[in-house]
Design a protein around this ligand. Structure first.
Ligand code: G3P
Length: 225
């Protein structure tokens, strides 16, 4: 399962990239609003930092299919290789998806709340479909189960489309999808760093280091022995 950062704050992205094995960055219009400034200044800085081997997912913001396609070409032109255009899985979006597929422009179907949206997105040639796990949970549905159902639909129909699960509140939701082997998930920097932060683990490591200091002296490591 690929793991991406769902944020556009460059300092947070740099911090996660320094410590964790991640595969790219996803954004949406709300994420860009939270960062402020000119969208393409923010996006280009991210692209320069993550490099062209990392995926970047950027949403088209036009309301019509034709506008979404124009947005897609523009975004791709500005951000280059390995950029996927997020297209909302609504009526105009599906129309845009078919045009993008014919132009060989890669896209991620986003705002997926139902398995049938996922099915239609796959038929329209999406590289990814992004179900919103926590938002589904908040509506009283089981977001993880919806993502699993969509994954099953893709497998049963031999679609190449992968899940890009989004909108997480906790690492348990992410863990369930890791175990199921969905294609990708995107989560906030807090959720990603929280995957490994655990006082019990830190305490276990500290105990080892304290014992080693008692053996060889404070501040010494293996290279000093
Ligand atoms: O980009 C879509 C998804 O990441 C939204 O997440 O946290 O706003 O529900 P959230």
């Amino acid at each position: 399962m690929k793991l991406l950062i769902d944020d556009a704050h460059i300092e947070q992205i740099k911090k996660i990239y320094e410590f964790y094995p991640v595969d790219g960055v996803t954004t949406n219009p709300t994420i860009l609003y939270k960062v402020g400034g000119k969208p393409f200044d923010v996006l280009k800085e991210i692209r320069e930092f993550i490099g062209e081997n990392s995926e970047m997912h950027v949403q088209a913001t036009a309301r019509t299919a034709e506008g979404m396609v124009e947005d897609a070409r523009f975004i791709l032109n500005r951000l280059g290789k390995n950029t996927l255009i997020k297209i909302p899985a609504i009526e105009e979006g599906f129309k845009a998806m078919k045009i993008l597929r014919d132009e060989n422009i890669k896209f991620t179907a986003t705002a997926i709340y139902t398995p049938m949206q996922g099915f239609l997105a796959a038929k329209a040639g999406a590289s990814y479909a992004a179900p919103y796990i926590n938002r589904l949970d908040n509506l009283g549905y089981d977001g993880v189960q919806v993502a699993k159902d969509i994954h099953d639909i893709f497998c049963a129909n031999d679609f190449e489309t992968e899940i890009l699960a989004a909108s997480f509140k906790n690492s348990q939701q992410l863990l369930e999808l890791c175990k199921y082997g969905v294609g990708a998930a995107t989560a906030s920097p807090d959720i990603i760093s929280g995957l490994a932060k655990n006082k019990v683990v830190e305490s276990a490591v500290e105990d080892f280091l304290t014992d080693f200091s008692k053996l060889v002296g404070e501040g010494k490591t293996m290279k000093d022995c």
